[in-house]
Design a protein around this ligand. Structure first.
Ligand code: ZN
Length: 285
């Protein structure tokens, strides 16, 4: 496979989940081997922020990157869509420090990028093959691990456990093919519990949050009148986040991932551990 970029510029507009303010993305073609690069202009100064795990500065409510003190946050759903649409090199201008939340899933981004005209570049795509198991376990026992597989695919096994009976225990266990991404992962929305909303609002967050961009659980019920979009939507969304975060490795990762009740923090710690030792992986074309 060769690397790909966009044939022409694409604009995507929405609002930031936390700020509630307009956020406009301008996606542009970028030269081979440049990767995904965010671009923000603040007070007349333009900064490039490479979408890499070692630029991650905050993982509390989303994945937030920064370069020279200029942040860009909530990158994970767009990163997953870029990965699945086979885009390797794209510059992304963003008018807001937060990417637009759209419908809370990766569907809008993926639909636009999948249909977009692409250019094959000369350089071959680079893949990261995991050679030795790498695991990150937090102090509560939640864990995420990478294990070598046959080196042909990214496979994710993800388990979540919620007290709400409408979620309970959900498992995702699939190869991340483009079909699986399009049908199960991309449409799965972010979710939260109703009691968390008041807390987040008290922190001045989720000003743009609504039932149009999140699944809200209230005890054993779902507040969204349309219900869930797909079976096991909650765990599927965690997989969307993981796919997006894994793409901050700068590569298409070939490995078996096993995650148990983890999130952005764990995804980033796992990548730091992976890259801490060159014996853990090899880069292949
Ligand atoms: Zn998410």
């Amino acid at each position: 496979m060769r690397q790909q970029t966009l044939k022409q510029e694409i604009k995507i507009e929405g609002i930031g989940l936390h700020s509630g303010c307009p956020s406009v993305l301008t996606l542009k073609p970028l030269a081979e081997n440049r990767g995904i690069v965010f671009c923000r202009t603040v007070e007349g100064k333009t900064v490039e922020i490479p979408a890499l795990y070692n630029r991650v500065v905050d993982t509390r409510n989303c994945t937030c990157l920064a370069q020279d003190g200029i942040p860009v946050s909530t990158i994970e759903h767009l990163m997953a869509a870029l990965y699945a649409a086979g885009l390797d090199n794209v510059e992304i201008g963003c008018t807001n420090q937060e990417l637009p939340i759209m419908d809370g899933s990766g569907k809008v981004f993926y639909d636009i990028l999948q249909k977009a005209e692409k250019i094959e570049q000369n350089a071959p795509r680079k893949y990261l093959k995991v050679r030795r198991p790498v695991e990150f376990v937090d102090d509560k026992g939640n864990s995420i691990a990478l294990k070598p597989n046959d080196g042909k695919n990214l496979h994710i096994r993800f388990d979540i456990e919620f007290s709400s009976k409408i979620v309970g225990h959900q498992t995702f266990d699939e190869d991340i093919t483009e079909d699986v991404f399009a049908s199960l992962i991309a449409p799965s929305r972010t979710f939260c519990e109703k009691y968390q909303i008041d807390y987040l609002r008290s922190l001045g967050l989720i000003k743009g949050g609504s039932l149009d961009n999140a699944v809200v659980l209230d005890g054993d019920n779902i507040l969204n009148p349309e219900g869930f979009r797909v079976e096991n939507e909650c765990v599927n969304h965690k997989v969307l986040d993981a796919v997006g975060d894994l793409f901050t490795s700068g590569f298409h990762v070939l490995a078996d991932v096993k995650a148990n009740r983890t999130g952005h923090f764990h995804n980033n710690e796992l990548l730091k551990k992976l890259f801490a030792n060159k014996e853990n992986y090899e880069i292949v074309e």
